[in-house]
Design a protein around this ligand. Structure first.
Ligand SMILES: [Fe+2]
Ligand SMILES: [Fe+2]
Length: 471
């Protein structure tokens, strides 16, 4: 389905047929732009960026590339194609036609799910707003801005649902989404990881790999929702999310590659002296970003998660492909929990362990990316492996929140953990070192010395392509 770009708010939901909604969103639009100018990428609003814009939502050729100033980006409302035959395929409403309106009894719950997802979108833009000033290349600078404008569009996606389906409460929530601020003492963003700073590009790549991937799993389970407009919205958001994770995975892979080159060239693992990021430091950043992202899945055992599922609001990852009764009344699932001083797998009702299951799917996905980074190390002939730490390590939420767990999964006394900490998590000295590397590179085709060039350009552009025009 084509997107109407003639309208003030580009959309594929026939917005012009609903005057009231159109007017409400047109009033929200200038407030969004004010927020974007205040809290969006600092210092780059006047320049032309080589960006991708969605042109249709079907699988082939939905994106077009061209130069755009970010405030002119065509944010809009794009839902995946409707399926008039679609039915709810899990929970107690299984088999009923998918809902086109919000069922009254689930209104509050659905609104909360949408607001929690929606809040992460502007939060990440806020977290990343100073990064442009220290980008390691024009290619990376452009990728940062692509991620930022799309997170802005994801906010639009959630705000559309709030305005279109939740009346006055929805409009108030849409306002609040522009009022909370990442890291703010008084008005923080809703989820912990979205109040952490993203102070440097190593953190940015780790964030897009680990934290955007949490987004993928949350969106994928909401894309199963019985509330059809939410499902269709999330389905289209997932196509944009894929690029964010690509930025993270290839970003870290390029750092690893550069580190290995320096290790081989100087015959030492201590590449800091040669302007690279040593593998031990990469492991500590990985440990931090992976574990704060695990917290985003919530408690392993959760009656909320069970209710969302039974109500038909939030499914499992790839629900439709799972070969079971899609009710989970009698099924169990193995959850890793602390018991008598060790981490053990315990069978829990499958319904209440849905957070753990989604998190396990996420972990397997992360592990595949880490394996690809390890291939880069192996190809360089270096004997080192990056590893995901144990799920109990460094947790603030869930069964392990009150336990001190080492990266290899041993539960230890708190003092021992504190002693190990500097080997496991980034230290102030690490942060300082990484900060010292953050020197902007703006000459087309050149890269900062701590990161390798990408294998290919965006949209197959040549190596010296000018992704950002400063004139
Ligand atoms: Fe997003
Ligand atoms: Fe994202």
């Amino acid at each position: 389905m084509a997107i109407d770009y003639i309208e003030r708010i580009p959309n594929n939901v026939n917005l012009s047929d609903n005057r009231r909604l159109q007017r409400a969103l047109e009033e929200w639009q200038p407030r969004f732009l004010d927020w974007w100018k205040d809290m969006g990428p600092e210092g780059f609003q006047p320049y032309e960026i080589y960006l991708r814009t969605a042109t249709s939502v079907d699988a082939k050729g939905w994106a077009s590339f061209g130069y755009t100033r970010m405030p002119d980006y065509r944010w809009g409302i794009f839902l995946a194609e409707p399926d008039p035959e679609r039915r709810i395929h899990f929970g107690q409403h299984k088999g009923e036609p998918a809902w086109q309106e919000v069922p009254g009894e689930y209104r509050g719950t659905l609104r909360r799910l949408i607001v929690t997802q929606g809040d992460t979108e502007p939060a990440s833009v806020e977290q990343q707003r100073h990064l442009g000033l220290t980008a390691p290349s024009l290619y990376d600078l452009r990728n940062l801005f692509q991620v930022n404008v799309e997170e802005g569009r994801h906010l639009w996606a959630m705000v559309y649902l709030l305005h279109a389906y939740f009346g006055r409460d929805g409009r108030e929530e849409a306002e609040s989404l522009l009022e909370r601020r990442s890291g703010d003492q008084d008005k923080p963003r809703i989820l912990g990881a979205f109040n952490e700073a993203t102070p440097d590009w190593l953190s940015f790549f780790m964030f897009t790999f680990f934290t955007d991937r949490d987004g993928k799993y949350q969106l994928a389970s909401l894309a199963e929702s019985g509330f059809d407009p939410l499902a269709r919205t999330c389905r289209f958001m997932l196509t944009e999310e894929a690029h964010h994770m690509f930025v993270g995975e290839t970003g870290i892979a390029r750092v690893v590659q550069r580190t290995c080159e320096l290790m081989n060239e100087h015959k030492t693992a201590d590449v800091r002296r040669h302007g690279g990021i040593d593998l031990e430091t990469l492991q500590r950043y990985l440990n931090f970003h992976y574990t704060v992202s695990l917290d985003l899945f919530g408690s392993e055992v959760s009656t909320n998660a069970a209710n969302f599922y039974t109500m038909g609001l939030k499914g499992r990852f790839e629900e439709a492909r799972k070969d079971d009764d899609h009710n989970l009344m009698d099924a169990t699932y193995g959850v890793i929990v602390p018991q008598n001083g060790v981490a053990v797998e315990r069978q829990e009702p499958a319904l209440t362990s849905l957070n753990a299951r989604l998190r396990d799917d996420y972990t397997m996905d992360c592990a595949r990316g880490v394996a690809r980074w390890n291939q880069v190390i192996k190809r360089a002939g270096i004997d080192f492996e990056l590893k995901l730490p144990h799920v109990g390590f460094n947790r603030r939420i869930g069964a392990f929140a009150t336990h001190a767990v080492t990266p290899d999964g041993r539960i230890v006394p708190a003092e021992d953990w504190e002693r190990g900490r500097k080997a496991w998590l980034p230290t102030e000295a690490d942060h300082e070192f990484i900060r010292s590397l953050m020197v902007p590179v703006r000459e087309p085709g050149r890269y900062a010395p701590w990161i390798a060039a990408p294998a290919r350009g965006i949209n197959n552009q040549p190596p010296g392509f000018e992704y950002v025009r400063f004139s």
